[in-house]
Design a protein around this ligand. Structure first.
Ligand code: NAD
Ligand code: MG
Length: 384
């Protein structure tokens, strides 16, 4: 029996994880589930999976959660300490909170030397060096849930990157791949979250539309696989059939393929090093018939270039990129700024702030809050 905790159980990745875990009760036992605010869903999931602990991030809702779990024997808790407790309660922690909100719980798991199935890429982007150093110190293992990184992990087949000449991250290009710059100026939040291939949470859907997602994934790949930025390429592949590739020194290229369904990479990590059945649709290559590839367009998708520059610059630039992006995406989804202003706001913050990477997580979180405040203060300059 593998003991599993799911941070962000009520989200898109969290629900897919629950699907897989509940379909294989002989393999998995749920220790803890967490959510931001959805008490009813969290309590229902905790009862169904017989979790030992349910954690609501919003402390004001603890009473509500206690009521919803009354008589179940499941412990109810709230707040930061409880999130850390959930993160260290299992053999395998699926980190599926969105944004830097997931950083402290992921670090708690790293500090405790746990195995972490990482979906929450923003945590690694903000504090990559700190997290990887700490993982080396404690023996914690970060296993990639993100489909591209999971593909690379599968292609590496347990080897490190010594004989790898480059990684190629594929990108669908998102819903605006074929839009002109003029068309992109007036897209709505509803259009941005309607991804052609994947069904995901709102924030990552907007990131996919701006290609900031691929920028964050570039930084994520750099940390996970310890390769420099100039050995990680991005390739637009609209069918999302090849999830990424590894090129070896001898010229061999290995790719991982599958239908675009997160249950495949999540299932890979849940069962790792074994394999488990999933209900994901099998890939029918005859039906796919062709695979297309394009270079990303740096003019219509400036976010990708910003992320690469932030990674090259180092220090706190990736943290700044991520925090400014979180504020920009929130403002775009609320209708306060137009779509192109997301990258413009991020660029403004990257230009305005140049800090070294803080040495501790509280300092990282303080700087993250400072960038967010600075980004909010500039939103007016980009008002829709
Ligand atoms: P989502 O918005 O659907 O779910 C987010 C989860 O995090 C929810 O359970 C929510 O309750 C919780 N949460 C949000 N804010 C929180 C806070 N302040 N404190 C504690 N919990 C909070 O997001 P998602 O699409 O499932 O994505 C989750 C993470 O996985 C993101 O980092 C995303 O980039 C990554 N990811 C997602 C996909 C996908 O297909 N959805 C693919 C690859 C990577
Ligand atoms: Mg991805």
């Amino acid at each position: 029996m593998k003991r599993i905790a799911i941070l962000g159980a009520t989200g898109s990745i969290g629900r897919s994880t629950l699907d897989l875990v509940e379909a294989a009760p002989e393999r998995f036992e749920v220790t803890a589930l967490t959510a931001a605010t959805s008490v009813a869903q969290l309590a229902e999931d905790a009862r169904r999976t017989r979790a030992r602990l349910a954690v609501i991030a919003d402390e004001a809702r603890l009473g509500e959660l206690r009521d919803a779990l009354a008589g179940s024997g499941i412990a109810a808790a709230a707040g930061e300490g409880a999130l850390a407790e959930a993160a260290t309660s299992a053999d395998l922690v699926i980190a599926a909170i969105v944004g830097t909100a997931g950083l402290a719980p992921v670090m708690a798991a790293v500090r405790a030397g746990k195995t972490i199935g990482l979906a929450n890429k923003e945590a690694l982007v903000s504090a990559g060096a700190l997290m990887m150093d700490e993982a080396r110190r404690t023996g914690a293992t970060l296993l990639p849930v993100d489909s591209e990184h999971n593909a690379i992990f599968q292609c590496l087949a347990g080897q490190d990157c010594d004989r790898v000449s480059r990684l190629i991250l594929t990108a669908s290009g998102g819903p605006f791949r074929t839009f002109s710059a003029e068309q992109m100026a007036t897209v709505t939040p509803a259009e941005a979250v309607a991804h052609p291939n994947w069904s995901m949470g709102a924030k990552i859907s907007v990131d996919s539309a701006s290609m900031m997602n691929k920028g964050l994934e570039l930084i994520e790949a750099h940390h996970l696989f310890a390769l420099p930025e100039d050995r990680i390429d991005i390739l637009v592949h609209p069918q999302s059939v090849i999830h990424s590739l590894v090129e070896y020194a001898d010229g061999s290229m290995l790719a991982q393929l599958g239908s675009p369904d997160m249950r495949v990479p999540i299932g890979h990590i849940l069962a790792y090093p074994e394999r488990m059945a999933t209900a994901a649709r099998r890939l029918d290559l005859l039906q796919v018939a062709r695979l297309d590839f394009e270079a990303p367009d740096p003019v219509r998708f400036p976010a990708l270039k910003l992320a690469r520059e932030a990674l090259k610059r180092g220090g706190a630039a990736p943290l700044t990129l991520n925090a400014a992006n979180e504020i920009a995406v929130e403002a775009f989804l609320a209708g306060h700024i137009h779509f192109p202003a997301i990258a413009a706001l991020v660029e403004t913050l990257l230009t305005a702030m140049d800090r070294p990477l803080p040495q501790t997580i509280p300092e990282v979180l303080a700087l993250d809050a400072e960038v967010r405040d600075a980004a909010r203060a500039r939103l007016g300059d980009f008002a829709a």
